[in-house]
Design a binder for this molecule. Structure first.
Ligand code: ASP
Length: 343
């Protein structure tokens, strides 16, 4: 896989993920020591990231800023569209083109689901060597969240044979929840996984993802029986109603109360199963469950910074090497890049 633009979950292959998570583990360790943290900070002090985040965000924004700082980078935030020239009628692609003059990488979160891909094409056709990283594209995709969720699943199942053969319940607003849409696609990298797609019928998983699952022979069952899914699953991945995407107040008419994880569910959950949530949460995951060690949400959230540091490091390494090489790297040089940071 070329580490240039990170736009969709299906860009990643298994081998790349294995190496990305190995790099993530090394970065975690390095950050734990003064020498290691200083080494990391010395990698890209001459580089700047722009965070073009027009949708609200706490974790993706914060963890990307922290990831960039871990690598010694400067960051520049564009977060409030009311004070940008888009108010004067400037097209988003013109804004992004402008930002590309000030930065080496653009991380973006916007409501328009196709804008990150358009921005990437725009950079390529303008000959600007600026990687675009999708930090959430409307209700469609959230590929870097899928990386940290997958990493969390792997670590949680390390002693239990990994993700292969596990049953994973994706619960909530599957129709408009970009995290579950991206994570479902990642399951193509494992064998024998079964997905339980648990939602109120109006928020069922969309056909494009179901087609993907079928095409990649990933078993799934669509259900609204939450209790049964909790009893069966090795991982229960909760999500909230994504009502910011309502166009006609759709969420108000849906009874979500049956899709809330409470202390009662801790008793149904198997002893080695885990509970995840991309956050922010509302009533769908009761705060009183947090004390149970099977509830992984805060570890999952912390993993975000480590995985995103590894992603940024790898993207910037490839960018530097491509500049010297004069274009996309042959596979053997790409392989060497992973080795660069293996010590
Ligand atoms: N933070 C995640 C996202 O940006 C999940 C959510 O907002 O519900 O998609």
């Amino acid at each position: 896989m070329r580490f240039r633009h990170i736009l969709r979950a299906d860009q990643f292959d298994r081998h790349t993920l294995d190496r990305l998570y190995a790099l993530t583990n090394r970065i975690r360790k390095k950050r734990g020591t003064r020498d290691g943290a200083l080494w990391l900070r010395a990698q890209f002090p001459h580089r700047r990231a722009i965070l073009y985040f027009l949708q609200s965000s706490s974790r993706t924004w914060g963890s990307f800023v922290a990831a960039a700082q871990n690598l010694g980078m400067d960051t520049l935030d564009i977060r409030d569209p009311r004070v940008s020239s888009e108010v004067k009628g400037e097209a988003s692609l013109d804004s992004i083109r402008t930002f590309s003059s000030y930065a080496d990488v653009i991380i973006m979160r916007v409501n328009d689901k196709g804008l990150a891909a358009k921005a990437a094409e725009h950079m390529d056709s303008a000959g600007r060597p600026i990687p675009i990283i999708n930090g959430g594209s409307g209700p469609d995709e959230h590929p870097t969240q899928a990386c940290l969720d997958d990493y969390t699943l792997r670590r949680s199942f390390k002693e239990r044979g990994g993700i292969d053969g596990k049953t994973i319940a994706l619960v909530g607003d599957l129709k408009r929840g970009r995290t579950v849409r991206s994570l479902a696609r990642f399951m193509q990298h494992y064998t024998g996984v079964k997905l339980l797609l648990v939602s109120p019928p109006p928020f069922a998983m969309e056909k494009d993802v179901l087609d993907f699952l079928q095409e990649h022979e990933i078993r799934y069952a669509v259900t609204d029986n939450f209790d049964q899914a909790v009893a069966e699953a090795d991982a229960v991945y909760m999500t909230r109603i994504q009502d910011e995407h309502d166009t006609r107040g759709e969420s108000a008419g849906v009874d979500f109360s049956k899709f809330c994880f409470t202390e009662r569910h801790l008793k149904i959950l198997k002893p080695h199963s885990i509970v995840m949530h991309p956050l922010p949460r509302r009533e769908e995951l009761s705060v009183s469950c947090d004390k149970d060690p099977r509830v992984m949400i805060w570890r999952q959230e912390r993993n975000g910074m480590h995985v995103r540091t590894a992603l940024l490091l790898r993207v910037l390494r490839e960018q530097e090497m491509e500049k010297r090489w004069g274009g996309p790297l042959p596979k053997h040089i790409q392989d060497q890049l992973w080795l660069l940071d293996s010590a």
